[in-house]
Write a new protein. Structure first.
Length: 110
C-alpha cells in the first residue's frame, strides 16, 4: 500500500494556514518582530516544517502582495515585523485571498 500525495486544494489550505500562523506568531513577539530562526522553530511547533527558502518565499508574498509584514535582511539574519495591515488580518477585520481567515476563537481582540 502506497502513501497519498496531497492534492492541490490540500496544498493551498496548508499554504493559507502557514501564512496566518506567521502573522499570529509575530503578534505575540515583543515589538511584533522576530528573526527567521525563531520563526522557523515556532512554525515547526505549529505543524509547519518548512525550509528557509520556503519561508523567504512566503515572507516576500506577505510583504509585497498584502503589506501584512515587512522583512529585511540586514546581514545573514532576516528580521520580520508585523504591520497594521497584518494586525487587521489576524483580527479578522481584513480578509485576503491566500491567507486563511482566523476562526472565531483565534481572533485577537484589542
Amino acid at each position: 500500500m502506497g502513501f497519498l500525495l496531497p492534492t492541490d486544494s490540500q496544498r493551498r489550505l496548508n499554504q493559507m494556514d502557514l501564512r496566518l500562523r506567521i502573522l499570529q506568531i509575530l503578534y505575540w513577539q515583543p515589538g511584533y518582530t522576530i528573526n527567521q530562526e525563531v520563526l522557523l522553530l515556532a512554525l515547526y511547533e505549529q505543524g509547519h516544517a518548512i525550509s528557509l527558502d520556503r519561508l523567504y518565499v512566503e515572507l516576500g508574498w506577505l510583504d509585497q502582495v498584502t503589506n501584512a509584514l515587512v522583512y529585511r535582511k540586514p546581514g545573514r539574519t532576516c528580521v520580520v515585523t508585523l504591520t497594521n495591515a497584518g494586525l487587521d488580518i489576524i483580527r479578522g477585520v481584513m480578509v485576503i485571498d491566500g491567507i486563511r481567515r482566523p476562526l472565531p476563537d483565534e481572533l485577537l481582540m484589542p
